[in-house]
Unconditional design. Structure first.
Length: 434
């Protein structure tokens, strides 16, 4: 009997995506675990794997189709020679976006209710086979679950007949990253999101080309517009003498060169921000409308520029990791981010962000908060400047750092304490390795 392959939910909050590319064609034989298509979400291009053996009988959604809703049949698979009965209607056009809550839920595995009073369908019960209590899951999902210590019996499957596939592990793996405890919910505020009305641009006779926005670029535009419209930002800037940090970095790299590790200044700043958040826990929070969520661990989202926009892979528990571990992990995350191969739990969440534009020679800037986080640290270039050291005017390597704080959640005095702690750790960097 022919089975429908449906658009999968590749992240906990995904509602639709772009079927970027088919890697099979009608008539191809596939096995469980084979990659069938590439699907573009709002954050990455991810692979869609087969969960059953069979022949691709019919492709229902052409590659390049935008706005394909999760659960929409996209192909039929069955036995060779079998006739596929396609569903009556398959949406192929981009759907109009619906208003979303003011604060996005990054850690909630269920999508939030949308405007118009609609209620999302109740999640299916964990998948069970008809022949007893054997859990239905693809071989790849079983291997990944075993490696990550995830109990498949606690999951609901989005594959054919409720089978658990790799995408279903995303939210569960995110929960494991918090040391086995589920991530704290980031509650939606009661006010509806503001959707900016952008006038159509008429380029006139100016030579031009029209470039279609990717799902990622659309999401960046929407989320950052909402952040600036809805979050009262307060900005605090400090100048930091980097001479001792640069000297320590050189000494550490001399000792690490045989281990294939090379620390960057950014690696050390990630650790400094993480320790500062633990020292000033009033800044390691999220605003949730009528509640404040306080985190006991510092998960640092690090802005990485990729061809389609910006993504923020997370160094979880950076406050407890060594500099060499942060360096290795950040290198791996950045590499996979640029390839579009991050798993959802690797870029969704985080308790604060760090954005470094120093490598572009930017002296100082004010970054936009990434909700539901309540702060982001913007790092400028380290440069030789006249600076007072021990009551005398000298030349030193000075870096400007600017913290953007959600004033609903973080008082200015607490933000100032965080900036002071961050500066002191950078200027007395042995605290980063103690």
């Amino acid at each position: 009997m022919a089975l429908e392959l449906k658009m999968p939910a590749l992240s906990p909050t995904m509602e639709e995506g772009t079927l970027a590319k088919w890697l099979v064609k009608e008539g191809d034989t596939v096995s469980s675990g084979d990659i069938l298509a590439e699907i573009e979400t709002d954050k990455a291009t991810m692979e869609f794997e087969a969960v059953d053996e069979g022949t691709v009988l019919k492709i229902l959604v052409a590659e390049g189709t935008d706005g394909v809703k999760v659960g929409t049949p996209i192909a039929m698979i069955g036995e060779e020679g079998e006739t596929a009965s396609a569903p009556a209607a398959v949406p192929a056009a981009k759907a109009e976006p619906k208003p979303e809550p003011e604060v996005a839920k990054a850690a909630d595995p269920a999508p939030p209710a949308k405007g118009g009073g609609e209620t999302p369908p109740a999640p299916a019960a964990p998948a069970k086979a008809s022949d007893g209590d054997r859990i239905k899951a693809s071989p790849l999902a079983r291997r990944l679950a075993e490696a990550q210590g995830i109990d498949l019996s606690t999951l609901s499957g989005s594959g054919p007949n409720g089978r658990i596939v790799r995408a279903d592990l995303g939210s569960a793996a995110g929960g494991k990253a918090a040391g086995g405890a589920a991530a704290a919910p980031q509650a939606a505020a009661s006010a509806p999101a503001l959707t900016p009305q952008v006038a159509a641009v008429d380029p006139g006779d100016i030579p031009h080309e029209v470039v279609k926005l990717s799902n990622m670029r659309k999401t960046i535009a929407r989320r950052l517009s909402e952040s600036k419209q809805q979050i009262p930002h307060i900005y605090l800037t400090v100048d930091i003498n980097l001479d001792r940090l640069l000297k320590l970095r050189g000494e550490l790299n001399d000792g690490l060169k045989n281990r294939g590790v090379k620390l960057s200044v950014n690696d050390m700043l990630i650790k400094a921000l993480a320790l500062s958040l633990i020292e000033v826990p009033e800044c390691n929070v999220s605003f949730g409308g009528d509640q404040l969520i306080k985190y006991s661990r510092a998960d640092i989202s690090v802005a990485v520029s990729i061809p389609n926009g910006l993504i923020t892979p997370i160094v979880a528990g950076a406050n407890d990791k060594t500099l060499s571990k942060i360096s290795t992990e950040m290198g791996e995350l950045a590499g996979r981010a640029k390839e579009g191969k991050l798993a959802p739990h690797e870029y969704q969440g985080g308790t604060a962000s760090l954005s470094n534009m120093g490598m572009f020679g930017i002296k100082q800037f004010e970054a936009v908060i990434n909700p539901p986080q309540a702060m982001i640290m913007a790092i400028g270039a380290g440069e030789k400047r006249p600076f007072v050291v021990n009551d005398s005017l000298q030349i030193a390597s000075i870096m400007s750092a600017t913290g953007s704080f959600d004033h609903r959640a973080i008082d200015g005095a607490d933000g100032a304490r965080l900036m002071k702690a961050f500066r002191e750790l950078c200027e007395s960097p042995m605290g980063l390795v103690a």
